[in-house]
Design a protein. Structure first.
Length: 121
């Protein structure tokens, strides 16, 4: 945040969300390009383990990234939120039906009753 920005954190979030949602159909094409750029990056190609976010309210989608990870045999995880405890835990995604649920704040996240935690490395 800019030091003297009168909008504050909530205002900036609101403005960025409005801008993302305002992209319309272009947002989908830009999202696919961004994902492909990541997938094609040498660091990504060499990675054995990748943690992703699951897109929420107009964020760049990660569906293609998750699919590429699974196809390449990479360990792929996404965070599950425990707001009362103030923590995030990475859970493994394996591409199975029922792995995802609506979690805190309406954000899609792995279902802890289905997905296994990823141990720290």
């Amino acid at each position: 945040m800019l030091p003297n920005d009168p909008r504050g954190k909530a205002g900036l979030r609101r403005d960025f969300l409005r801008a993302r949602l305002g992209l319309g159909a272009e947002r989908e094409a830009l999202g696919a390009r961004a994902q492909q750029a990541l997938i094609d990056h040498p660091v990504f190609r060499e990675a054995r383990s990748v943690m992703v976010y699951l897109a929420f309210r107009g964020e760049v989608p990660t569906t293609l990234v998750v699919r590429a990870c699974l196809e390449d045999g990479k360990l792929v995880s996404a965070p599950v939120t425990f707001p009362k405890e103030g923590r995030l835990v990475p859970l493994r995604l394996e591409g199975r039906p029922g792995e995802l649920r609506e979690g805190a704040y309406g954000i899609t996240e792995p279902d802890p009753s289905v997905c296994r935690p990823v141990p720290p490395s």
